[in-house]
Design a protein around this ligand. Structure first.
Ligand SMILES: Cc1ncc(COP(=O)(O)O)c(C=O)c1O
Length: 374
């Protein structure tokens, strides 16, 4: 009787839902009113001809912010990483050292090898997203074996590290990898899709955080909330080569000032909101730990990503839980048969967080009651 009552209440509560909370990624944000206004009013021209004033303004500001000589708007983070790796590895037979769990290694279609002919040497990522310095050094090819080996030319880091739960890579560690790269005549690239999240969480200015890097790619369409684009930064020579490659890859676009205007609003208005996203992620993690059958290691929640486990003992199937949530307007991302990812962004309110937590609790009760009723 108690189970039936639980089920009825859960179903009633969930049926009343009329609200959508989209926690699949920080890429799902819609451009704010201020962004839309800036896009409408943007002063534009042909950027392939180097004449778009808003693009120039945006790239100059971005270069300054990141402490590098120059910047280049690119259509996506994937293209930003691809161009960066290819510029650093412009000789056939080049090799890049990167984390086995990195975005470049897993989610970018192997573009650095299929498009760029660059060989990957992966190193184990620790749970915090770092790679042991000793392992990186051991992976550097010895010049004496050059008759056989590819030539190591680049090391890549990812900050924050997405697949490691949005963990921040410290400035001390980044400097250490930078020193190692220098010692061996290598370049250092940072996939900084969420570098502003890391900077805010660590309390380190972003230009200092990436000081040791020769290039950084930064996503504009994640925490900064812009609708499209990424930016890469580096030396003037690096950016000149990157610009040619962007054209080769079909990423040279015309009136991109429209997109850069939105990115400027993101840079000016949304960086300061990241701290709130991180706080809400913590609230989320603490709340999930109160729900029977779910578990998060709160100490690993450093920024806006929360990965939580659905315990085996609960007998709840991750995909069924996600389905029930989706039917009720809560959108999350299953990442394995035992875990789910949620991502906070500036369009998720405190109230959305509490509402989602109670919806998850209701969904768990509903699934449990259905199981028991079978
Ligand atoms: C760490 C990281 N790097 C790169 C990217 C690629 O960005 P895009 O989707 O714009 O190609 C992503 C996107 O999710 C990411 O999380």
């Amino acid at each position: 009787m108690a189970i039936e009552k639980d089920l009825t209440i859960a179903k009633q509560n969930m049926k009343m839902v009329t609200r959508t909370v989209d926690l699949r990624s920080d890429t799902v944000t819609k451009p704010s009113e201020a962004m839309r206004a800036a896009m409408v009013n943007a002063d534009v021209d042909d950027d392939v001809l180097g004449a778009d004033p808003t693009a120039v303004r945006f790239e100059e500001e971005m270069a300054r912010t990141m402490g590098k000589e120059a910047a280049l708007f690119v259509p996506s983070g994937t293209m930003g990483n691809l161009i960066s790796v290819l510029v650093h590895c412009d000789v056939r037979g080049s090799e890049v050292i990167l984390g086995e769990n990195s975005h470049i290694n897993i989610y970018e279609n192997g573009g650095i090898s299929t498009v760029g002919g660059v060989h990957s040497r992966t190193v184990k990522n620790n749970e915090d997203g770092t790679m042991d310095i000793g392992l990186i050094e051991a992976a550097i090819r010895h010049p004496e074996g050059e008759l056989y080996y590819p030539t190591t030319r680049l090391i890549c880091l990812e900050n924050t590290h997405a697949n490691c739960g949005g963990r921040c890579i410290s400035v001390e560690y980044t400097d250490e990898v930078g020193e190692l790269a220098k010692k061996h005549g290598l370049k250092l690239h940072i996939d900084g899709a969420r570098i502003f999240n890391a900077s805010i969480a660590l309390g380190v200015p972003v230009h200092r955080l990436v000081q040791a890097a020769d290039s950084v790619s930064v996503c504009l369409s994640k925490g900064l909330g812009a609708p499209v684009g990424s930016v890469i930064v580096g030396s003037t020579t690096f950016i000149a080569k990157a610009k040619r490659l962007r054209k080769t890859l079909g990423g040279g676009m015309r009136q991109i000032g429209i997109l850069c205007a939105a990115a400027l609003v993101g840079l000016h208005e949304n960086v300061s909101k990241l701290e709130g996203d991180h706080r809400k992620a913590k609230t989320f993690a603490d709340g999930l730990n109160q729900i029977k059958g779910l578990r998060v290691d709160s100490s690993t929640v450093e920024t806006n990503l929360v990965f939580f486990d659905v315990l085996k003992s609960s007998n709840i199937v991750v995909y069924e839980l996600c389905k029930v949530l989706e039917e009720n307007g809560i959108l999350v991302m299953p990442v394995s048969s035992s875990s789910i990812r949620i991502v906070l962004h500036h369009q998720i309110s405190e109230s959305d967080v509490h509402y989602t937590l109670s919806s998850i609790q209701q969904a768990m009760i509903q699934l449990k009651a259905e199981q028991n009723g079978k």
